[in-house]
Design a protein around this ligand. Structure first.
Ligand SMILES: Nc1ncnc2c1ncn2[C@@H]1O[C@H](COP(=O)(O)OP(=O)(O)OP(=O)(O)O)[C@@H](O)[C@H]1O
Ligand SMILES: [Mg+2]
Length: 209
């Protein structure tokens, strides 16, 4: 299958169907036993560990179900973290980028708080900002809304759509929630480790399975 740039793509399917496995393969955290994987123009299934880590830092962003924010750092510092540790960026540019994504996710007013001082939905907004701050081409998220209430979950998806339009980012995520799925550009269904053929392309784009 192929996924076009600047799309919001979701994988659905029963427990054990392979959603996490597929996201881990696209995210260069796991390798397929057969087949080819290309992400952002690079063949990734042949990269060694170090190359894969460098590729992740340069091209990919990750959003986790449990937010994975660092509790002792402020909201601002959590978002800044990848620009210090993963793709080192000079201070003035770093500040500009952190402030820009915090603004984009509507968290500017909370930038000096620690993660335990903001709500679940706000934590996930920070996680979205942190995933976007390095300007990744692809952001991967395994059930990013699983720990959020329905309304907050829909806000996070709306935020992803906004970010897709603003930055041309491709979002690929898995979910069990049918009410979230309907906001995606494409829905791909997995069953027993295989793509089910009749995938649903809501916006009529070029992706195919
Ligand atoms: N580390 C592993 N080693 C071997 N098999 C695994 C491993 N992790 C998952 N599997 C198997 O691979 C298949 C796909 O699992 P995967 O975690 O990708 O499913 P999933 O669609 O994400 O499920 P869920 O909705 O429960 O998160 C399952 O049969 C699972 O048991
Ligand atoms: Mg899973």
């Amino acid at each position: 299958m192929a996924i076009e740039p600047a799309r919001l793509v979701t994988f659905v399917g029963p427990s054990g169907s392979g959603k996490t496995t597929l996201l881990n393969i696209i995210g260069c955290m796991d390798k397929p036993t057969s087949g080819e994987v290309r992400v952002a123009g690079t063949r990734t299934d042949t990269l060694n560990r170090r190359q894969a880590a460098a590729f992740r830092g340069g091209h990919l962003g990750f959003i986790f179900q449990s937010f994975n924010l660092i509790p002792v750092l402020s909201v601002y510092e959590n978002v800044e973290y990848p620009l210090l540790m993963i793709s080192p960026t000079p201070a003035p540019e770093r500040k500009e980028r952190v402030l820009r994504v915090l603004e984009a996710v509507g968290m500017t007013d909370h930038k000096d708080k620690r993660p335990d001082q903001v709500s679940g939905g706000q934590k996930q907004r920070v996680a979205v900002a942190r995933a976007l701050v390095t300007n990744p081409q692809v952001v991967l998220a395994d059930e990013p809304t699983a720990n959020l209430d329905q309304k907050t979950a829909q806000r996070i998806i709306a935020l992803m759509r906004q970010m897709r339009d603003a930055f041309g980012t491709t979002f690929i995520f898995s979910t069990h929630d049918p009410r979230i799925v309907e906001h995606a550009d494409e829905i791909h269904t997995l069953e027993d480790g295989r793509l089910v053929k009749d995938n649903h392309d809501i916006t009529g784009g070029a992706a195919h399975a």
